[in-house]
Design a protein around this ligand. Structure first.
Ligand code: MF3
Ligand code: CO
Length: 254
Protein backbone atom coordinates (compact mmCIF):
# COMPACT_ATOMS: atom_id res chain seq x y z
CA UNK A 1 0.00 0.00 0.00
CA UNK A 2 1.91 3.06 -1.22
CA UNK A 3 0.95 6.68 -0.64
CA UNK A 4 1.28 9.29 2.06
CA UNK A 5 1.92 8.19 5.61
CA UNK A 6 -0.75 9.89 7.73
CA UNK A 7 0.15 11.03 11.23
CA UNK A 8 -2.67 10.46 13.70
CA UNK A 9 -4.16 13.29 15.77
CA UNK A 10 -4.62 12.89 19.51
CA UNK A 11 -8.33 12.32 18.94
CA UNK A 12 -7.67 9.65 16.30
CA UNK A 13 -5.12 7.98 18.56
CA UNK A 14 -7.62 7.83 21.41
CA UNK A 15 -10.26 6.16 19.22
CA UNK A 16 -7.64 3.64 18.05
CA UNK A 17 -6.69 2.96 21.68
CA UNK A 18 -10.33 2.20 22.49
CA UNK A 19 -10.57 -0.17 19.52
CA UNK A 20 -7.26 -1.76 20.55
CA UNK A 21 -8.55 -2.47 24.06
CA UNK A 22 -11.54 -4.35 22.68
CA UNK A 23 -9.39 -6.42 20.31
CA UNK A 24 -6.97 -7.24 23.15
CA UNK A 25 -9.87 -8.13 25.46
CA UNK A 26 -11.27 -10.48 22.85
CA UNK A 27 -7.92 -12.27 22.51
CA UNK A 28 -7.69 -12.59 26.29
CA UNK A 29 -11.13 -14.19 26.31
CA UNK A 30 -10.16 -16.55 23.47
CA UNK A 31 -7.42 -18.11 25.64
CA UNK A 32 -10.03 -20.15 27.48
CA UNK A 33 -12.62 -20.32 24.68
CA UNK A 34 -10.26 -22.10 22.25
CA UNK A 35 -10.07 -25.81 23.08
CA UNK A 36 -10.43 -29.18 21.34
CA UNK A 37 -13.98 -29.75 20.05
CA UNK A 38 -14.97 -26.24 19.03
CA UNK A 39 -15.41 -25.26 15.38
CA UNK A 40 -13.56 -22.37 13.80
CA UNK A 41 -16.95 -20.80 12.98
CA UNK A 42 -17.61 -20.76 16.76
CA UNK A 43 -14.49 -18.63 17.18
CA UNK A 44 -15.77 -16.28 14.48
CA UNK A 45 -19.15 -15.91 16.18
CA UNK A 46 -17.40 -15.26 19.49
CA UNK A 47 -15.24 -12.54 17.91
CA UNK A 48 -18.17 -10.87 16.15
CA UNK A 49 -20.34 -10.86 19.29
CA UNK A 50 -17.47 -9.59 21.45
CA UNK A 51 -16.67 -6.62 19.19
CA UNK A 52 -20.33 -5.67 18.66
CA UNK A 53 -20.98 -5.78 22.42
CA UNK A 54 -18.73 -2.69 22.62
CA UNK A 55 -20.65 -0.97 19.82
CA UNK A 56 -17.77 -1.41 17.42
CA UNK A 57 -17.67 -3.29 14.14
CA UNK A 58 -15.60 -6.24 12.94
CA UNK A 59 -13.89 -4.42 10.08
CA UNK A 60 -12.73 -7.54 8.23
CA UNK A 61 -16.33 -8.56 7.44
CA UNK A 62 -17.03 -7.31 3.92
CA UNK A 63 -13.52 -5.94 3.48
CA UNK A 64 -12.72 -6.56 -0.20
CA UNK A 65 -15.42 -9.22 -0.10
CA UNK A 66 -13.94 -11.13 2.87
CA UNK A 67 -16.98 -12.97 4.31
CA UNK A 68 -16.17 -13.25 8.05
CA UNK A 69 -15.46 -11.19 11.17
CA UNK A 70 -12.21 -13.05 11.80
CA UNK A 71 -9.60 -15.10 10.00
CA UNK A 72 -8.97 -18.52 11.57
CA UNK A 73 -5.82 -20.11 10.19
CA UNK A 74 -5.16 -23.71 11.28
CA UNK A 75 -1.76 -25.51 11.14
CA UNK A 76 -0.31 -25.03 7.61
CA UNK A 77 -2.60 -22.07 6.91
CA UNK A 78 -0.52 -18.90 7.16
CA UNK A 79 -3.30 -16.30 7.16
CA UNK A 80 -6.79 -15.40 5.91
CA UNK A 81 -8.23 -18.85 6.69
CA UNK A 82 -12.04 -19.04 6.47
CA UNK A 83 -13.89 -19.96 9.67
CA UNK A 84 -16.12 -23.00 9.10
CA UNK A 85 -17.23 -26.43 10.29
CA UNK A 86 -13.69 -27.66 11.01
CA UNK A 87 -13.52 -28.99 14.58
CA UNK A 88 -10.28 -28.10 16.34
CA UNK A 89 -8.28 -31.13 17.44
CA UNK A 90 -5.84 -31.54 20.31
CA UNK A 91 -2.40 -30.66 18.88
CA UNK A 92 -3.63 -28.07 16.34
CA UNK A 93 -2.45 -24.49 16.30
CA UNK A 94 -4.84 -21.75 15.18
CA UNK A 95 -4.22 -18.08 14.43
CA UNK A 96 -7.15 -15.73 15.01
CA UNK A 97 -6.90 -12.36 13.26
CA UNK A 98 -9.42 -9.57 13.92
CA UNK A 99 -9.89 -5.83 13.36
CA UNK A 100 -12.26 -3.57 15.30
CA UNK A 101 -13.33 -0.23 13.84
CA UNK A 102 -14.52 2.44 16.25
CA UNK A 103 -15.95 5.71 14.88
CA UNK A 104 -13.87 5.20 11.75
CA UNK A 105 -10.58 4.23 13.42
CA UNK A 106 -9.10 0.71 13.28
CA UNK A 107 -7.07 -1.61 15.51
CA UNK A 108 -5.76 -4.97 14.28
CA UNK A 109 -4.29 -7.95 16.12
CA UNK A 110 -3.66 -11.61 15.27
CA UNK A 111 -2.67 -14.24 17.83
CA UNK A 112 -1.78 -17.92 17.55
CA UNK A 113 -3.17 -20.42 20.04
CA UNK A 114 -2.23 -23.97 20.95
CA UNK A 115 -5.24 -26.30 21.02
CA UNK A 116 -4.64 -28.50 24.06
CA UNK A 117 -1.19 -30.09 24.17
CA UNK A 118 0.87 -29.48 21.02
CA UNK A 119 4.11 -30.97 19.65
CA UNK A 120 7.51 -29.71 20.72
CA UNK A 121 7.99 -28.17 17.26
CA UNK A 122 4.64 -26.37 17.40
CA UNK A 123 5.42 -25.03 20.88
CA UNK A 124 8.80 -23.76 19.71
CA UNK A 125 7.23 -22.17 16.60
CA UNK A 126 4.72 -20.29 18.76
CA UNK A 127 7.43 -19.10 21.16
CA UNK A 128 9.80 -17.98 18.38
CA UNK A 129 7.07 -16.17 16.43
CA UNK A 130 5.79 -14.31 19.49
CA UNK A 131 9.35 -13.38 20.46
CA UNK A 132 9.95 -12.21 16.86
CA UNK A 133 6.99 -9.83 17.13
CA UNK A 134 8.46 -8.15 20.22
CA UNK A 135 11.97 -8.07 18.76
CA UNK A 136 10.50 -6.20 15.79
CA UNK A 137 8.51 -3.85 18.00
CA UNK A 138 11.68 -2.91 19.94
CA UNK A 139 12.98 -1.36 16.72
CA UNK A 140 9.88 0.82 16.24
CA UNK A 141 11.40 3.96 17.74
CA UNK A 142 11.42 7.46 16.26
CA UNK A 143 14.49 7.97 14.07
CA UNK A 144 14.85 4.30 13.09
CA UNK A 145 13.79 3.16 9.63
CA UNK A 146 10.71 0.99 9.16
CA UNK A 147 12.99 -1.61 7.54
CA UNK A 148 14.94 -2.00 10.80
CA UNK A 149 11.90 -3.85 12.19
CA UNK A 150 11.91 -6.53 9.50
CA UNK A 151 15.65 -6.91 9.56
CA UNK A 152 15.63 -7.67 13.29
CA UNK A 153 12.76 -10.14 12.86
CA UNK A 154 14.36 -12.04 9.98
CA UNK A 155 17.74 -12.23 11.70
CA UNK A 156 16.20 -13.70 14.86
CA UNK A 157 13.79 -16.12 13.15
CA UNK A 158 16.37 -17.57 10.76
CA UNK A 159 18.86 -18.06 13.61
CA UNK A 160 16.16 -20.24 15.21
CA UNK A 161 15.93 -22.36 12.04
CA UNK A 162 12.52 -21.12 10.87
CA UNK A 163 11.54 -18.91 7.91
CA UNK A 164 9.72 -15.58 7.55
CA UNK A 165 6.81 -15.26 5.11
CA UNK A 166 7.47 -12.61 2.45
CA UNK A 167 4.15 -12.53 0.59
CA UNK A 168 2.15 -10.94 3.44
CA UNK A 169 3.32 -7.90 5.36
CA UNK A 170 2.43 -5.35 8.03
CA UNK A 171 0.86 -2.00 7.21
CA UNK A 172 -0.03 1.47 8.30
CA UNK A 173 -3.47 1.68 9.92
CA UNK A 174 -5.89 4.39 11.00
CA UNK A 175 -8.93 5.60 9.08
CA UNK A 176 -8.21 2.72 6.68
CA UNK A 177 -7.40 -0.84 7.69
CA UNK A 178 -4.48 -0.80 5.28
CA UNK A 179 -2.46 2.39 4.80
CA UNK A 180 1.11 3.36 4.05
CA UNK A 181 3.78 2.41 5.02
CA UNK A 182 4.44 -1.21 4.15
CA UNK A 183 6.07 -3.03 7.06
CA UNK A 184 8.16 -5.94 5.81
CA UNK A 185 9.24 -8.67 8.22
CA UNK A 186 12.48 -9.35 6.35
CA UNK A 187 15.16 -7.53 4.37
CA UNK A 188 18.02 -5.10 4.87
CA UNK A 189 17.96 -2.37 7.56
CA UNK A 190 18.24 1.44 7.15
CA UNK A 191 16.00 1.66 4.07
CA UNK A 192 12.79 3.48 3.25
CA UNK A 193 10.75 5.81 5.44
CA UNK A 194 11.85 6.83 8.92
CA UNK A 195 9.67 6.14 11.94
CA UNK A 196 8.02 9.27 13.35
CA UNK A 197 5.86 10.19 16.28
CA UNK A 198 2.16 9.97 15.35
CA UNK A 199 2.55 7.08 12.92
CA UNK A 200 0.43 3.98 13.47
CA UNK A 201 1.20 0.62 11.91
CA UNK A 202 1.08 -3.11 12.51
CA UNK A 203 3.92 -5.56 13.02
CA UNK A 204 2.68 -9.06 12.21
CA UNK A 205 5.34 -11.66 11.42
CA UNK A 206 4.19 -14.98 9.97
CA UNK A 207 6.77 -17.69 10.61
CA UNK A 208 6.95 -21.14 8.99
CA UNK A 209 8.72 -24.29 10.16
CA UNK A 210 9.78 -25.04 6.55
CA UNK A 211 9.90 -22.90 3.43
CA UNK A 212 8.71 -19.30 3.41
CA UNK A 213 6.94 -19.92 0.12
CA UNK A 214 3.15 -19.73 0.04
CA UNK A 215 0.27 -21.07 -2.03
CA UNK A 216 -3.30 -19.84 -2.30
CA UNK A 217 -6.41 -22.06 -2.01
CA UNK A 218 -9.07 -21.89 -4.76
CA UNK A 219 -11.21 -19.70 -2.44
CA UNK A 220 -8.78 -16.88 -3.29
CA UNK A 221 -8.05 -16.09 0.39
CA UNK A 222 -6.64 -19.03 2.35
CA UNK A 223 -2.83 -18.82 2.21
CA UNK A 224 -0.86 -21.97 3.06
CA UNK A 225 2.77 -22.93 3.35
CA UNK A 226 3.93 -24.35 0.01
CA UNK A 227 5.42 -27.41 1.77
CA UNK A 228 2.57 -28.07 4.21
CA UNK A 229 4.66 -27.14 7.26
CA UNK A 230 3.20 -25.37 10.30
CA UNK A 231 2.84 -21.58 10.37
CA UNK A 232 2.20 -19.13 13.22
CA UNK A 233 1.54 -15.39 13.45
CA UNK A 234 1.42 -12.70 16.12
CA UNK A 235 0.33 -9.15 15.33
CA UNK A 236 0.05 -5.94 17.29
CA UNK A 237 -1.03 -2.43 16.29
CA UNK A 238 1.40 0.29 17.39
CA UNK A 239 1.20 4.05 17.81
CA UNK A 240 4.60 5.74 17.78
CA UNK A 241 5.17 8.21 20.62
CA UNK A 242 8.22 10.19 21.77
CA UNK A 243 8.91 7.37 24.22
CA UNK A 244 8.76 4.72 21.48
CA UNK A 245 6.12 2.23 20.37
CA UNK A 246 2.85 2.09 22.30
CA UNK A 247 1.22 -1.32 21.82
CA UNK A 248 -2.48 -0.46 21.64
CA UNK A 249 -3.55 -4.13 21.35
CA UNK A 250 -1.54 -5.20 24.41
CA UNK A 251 -3.10 -8.07 26.35
CA UNK A 252 -3.13 -8.72 30.08
CA UNK A 253 -0.01 -10.54 31.19
CA UNK A 254 1.76 -9.92 27.88
N1 MF3 B 1 -6.17 -8.25 9.73
C1 MF3 B 1 -5.48 -8.56 8.50
C2 MF3 B 1 -4.17 -7.80 8.49
O1 MF3 B 1 -3.44 -7.92 9.40
C3 MF3 B 1 -6.31 -8.26 7.32
C4 MF3 B 1 -7.05 -9.46 6.93
S1 MF3 B 1 -7.66 -9.27 5.37
C5 MF3 B 1 -9.33 -9.37 5.61
O2 MF3 B 1 -3.83 -7.10 7.60
F1 MF3 B 1 -9.87 -9.33 4.47
F2 MF3 B 1 -9.60 -10.47 6.25
F3 MF3 B 1 -9.72 -8.35 6.31
CO1 CO C 1 -4.60 -8.48 11.26
Amino acid sequence: MQGLITLKSRHEQNLMREAGKVVAGCHEALRSFIRPGIRTIDIDQFVEDFIRRYRMEPAQKGYRGYPFASCTSVNDVICHGFPGEYVLQEGDIVTVDMVAVHKGLHADSAWSYAVGEVSETARRLLDVTRRALYIGIEQAIPGNHISDIGHAIQTYVEAQGFSVVRDYIGHGIGRQMHESPEVLHFGPPHRGPKIRKGMAFTVEPMVNVGTYETKLDPDGWTARTADGSLSAQYEHTLIITDEGPEIITKQDGE
